[in-house]
Write a protein that binds this ligand. Structure first.
Ligand SMILES: *Cc1c(COP(=O)(O)O)cnc(C)c1O
Length: 383
C-alpha cells in the first residue's frame, strides 16, 4: 500500500535513542536544550521551547499571552481539531473564519474582519499544507485591531519564516508531520519574556529544573504560577535532532514530488483543482486536491485503495463536529464546507518515487472517468 504519509526512521534514530539510554539521563537534559537551539537556528529565530505536543504548545501560548475566559479567538475551521481545542483549553471561545478561496484554503482576511467583536483578542493562523499566510497582511490586521497573532505551524517545519509570523508559533512533531519525534512540539515567541513564561508553564511552574539543581546551578525551587507537565524527554529530542538534520532534503523531495503531481494532474485530470499557485513557498506537508463538483469521493477513495493507494481528507471542518456544533452553534462557512466536501489528499512523503506520482495520477484519472463516480444526477436514468 502506498501510504498518504509515512515517517522516515532508521539506524541513526535507533543509535540516537540507544545513546540516550546509555547516558542514564532520559528527560529534560542536554538533548532537549540542543534540539531547541538547533530547531530555532534552522528557522532563523533566537530561541525555542520544546513541548509534549503542538496542542500543548498552543495552549501554553494562549495562556502566556493572557487569553482566557471571556475572550474570543479567530480560528480557521479548515484545520485539525487541535487548533480550536487549544482555545477551549485556555477557557476562551473559538470563532470560526472561512477560507479565502477554494484554491487558497487559508484564513480569509475579509471574513476575519467580519467576525471581530469587542471581545476578540487573538487570531490563530494555520499554515495549511505548509503554505504560510501573508505575514505583512496579518501583522497589519493584528496591529489595526489590537490582536495577538498566533501561528499553528504544525504543517510547516522547515519552511522559510514558519512559526515567526506573529507573537508566537507552534510546530508539531507527530508521526505524520514533515519531521517527527513520535509526539512532540516546539514553540517560538517573539517576546523573550513570553517564551520564558512558556518554559516555566511547561514544567509545573517551577523556577528551576532537576538538571539545574543536580548540576549545582540552582538550589531548591519556587513555584510562581500554575504550570503543567508539557515537557519533552531526551529520547524524543535525540530523534528530533537527527530528523531536523534531514529535514531540508526531505522538504526538497516533497517539493519535487509536488511539482510532478501538479504537471501530471494538469495533463491527466484537468478538472481536478490543485490548491495554491505553482512555486509558492511551502514545506509541502500534504498534497490536497479538489475533485470535480459532483464526483463521489468515497467511490474514488475505494477505487484508489483497490489499486494499493491510500488517500485521506484534510479536513472534516471543525465547526461541524458535534462538540463544536454544541459550543458554537449556527456557524456557516460556505467555502470551507465546499472545500471539505471535495478535498482528497494524495500520498506525499520523501520515501515516494517519482514513478509513483504517475501511478497515483493515472489511478485517479481512471477512477474519475468511471460512471459510478460521477454525480448521482448523472447516474439517474442510466441504470
Ligand atoms: C498535527 C496538527 C496539530 C496537533 O499536533 P500535535 O502535536 O499532535 O498536538 C495541530 N494543528 C495542526 C494543523 C496539525 O496538523
Amino acid at each position: 500500500m502506498l501510504l498518504v504519509a509515512e515517517p522516515t526512521l532508521g539506524e541513526e534514530e535507533k543509535a540516537a535513542l540507544a545513546a540516550v539510554i546509555d547516558s542514564g539521563w532520559i528527560t529534560m537534559g542536554d538533548r532537549v536544550a540542543a534540539f531547541e537551539k538547533a530547531f530555532a537556528a534552522a528557522h532563523g529565530v533566537a530561541d525555542a521551547v520544546a513541548v509534549g505536543s503542538c496542542t500543548a504548545g498552543l495552549h501554553l501560548v494562549l495562556e502566556s499571552l493572557g487569553i482566557g475566559p471571556g475572550d474570543e479567538v479567530l480560528v480557521p475551521a479548515m484545520t485539525f481539531v487541535a487548533t480550536a481545542n487549544a482555545v477551549l483549553h485556555a477557557g476562551a471561545t473559538p470563532v470560526f473564519v472561512d477560507i479565502e478561496a477554494l484554491d487558497r484554503p487559508l484564513m480569509a482576511p475579509d471574513d476575519a474582519k467580519d467576525k471581530l467583536t469587542a471581545r476578540t483578542r487573538a487570531v490563530i493562523l494555520v499554515d495549511y499544507a505548509g503554505t504560510l499566510p501573508d505575514p505583512d497582511l496579518w501583522r497589519a490586521f493584528a496591529a489595526a485591531h489590537g490582536l495577538r497573532l498566533i501561528e499553528d505551524a504544525a504543517h510547516a517545519a522547515g519552511a522559510e519564516g514558519a512559526g515567526a509570523i506573529g507573537d508566537a508559533g507552534v510546530f508539531s512533531f507527530y508521526g505524520n508531520k514533515n519531521m517527527t519525534t513520535a509526539e512532540g512540539g516546539m514553540v517560538f515567541a517573539r517576546d523573550p519574556a513570553v517564551l520564558e513564561r512558556i518554559r516555566r508553564l511547561r514544567g509545573h511552574g517551577m523556577t528551576s529544573s532537576t538538571r539545574q539543581r543536580l548540576s549545582g546551578h540552582a538550589q531548591g525551587y519556587d513555584v510562581t504560577m500554575l504550570g503543567y507537565n508539557h515537557r519533552m524527554d531526551e529520547l524524543r529530542a535525540a530523534v528530533g535532532l537527527v530528523q531536523l538534520a534531514k529535514l531540508p532534503a526531505w522538504n526538497a523531495k516533497r517539493r519535487a514530488l509536488t511539482e510532478a503531481y501538479r504537471q501530471r494532474l494538469r495533463r491527466a485530470c484537468p478538472d481536478v483543482l490543485v490548491p495554491f499557485a505553482d512555486n509558492q513557498p511551502s514545506s509541502n506537508h500534504i498534497l490536497p486536491v479538489l475533485l470535480p463538483e459532483g464526483a463521489d469521493r468515497e467511490t474514488v477513495m475505494d477505487a484508489l485503495r483497490a489499486d494499493g493507494i491510500q488517500t485521506s481528507v484534510h479536513y472534516a471542518p471543525v465547526h461541524l463536529f458535534t462538540l463544536y456544533r454544541e459550543r458554537c452553534p449556527d456557524v456557516a462557512l460556505p467555502l470551507t464546507e465546499e472545500f471539505a466536501r471535495r478535498e482528497l489528499t494524495l500520498p506525499l512523503h520523501p520515501k515516494m518515487e517519482d514513478a509513483q506520482v504517475d501511478t497515483v495520477v493515472q489511478a485517479l484519472a481512471d477512477a474519475l472517468s468511471r460512471a459510478d463516480v460521477r454525480g448521482v444526477a448523472e447516474l439517474e436514468g442510466s441504470e
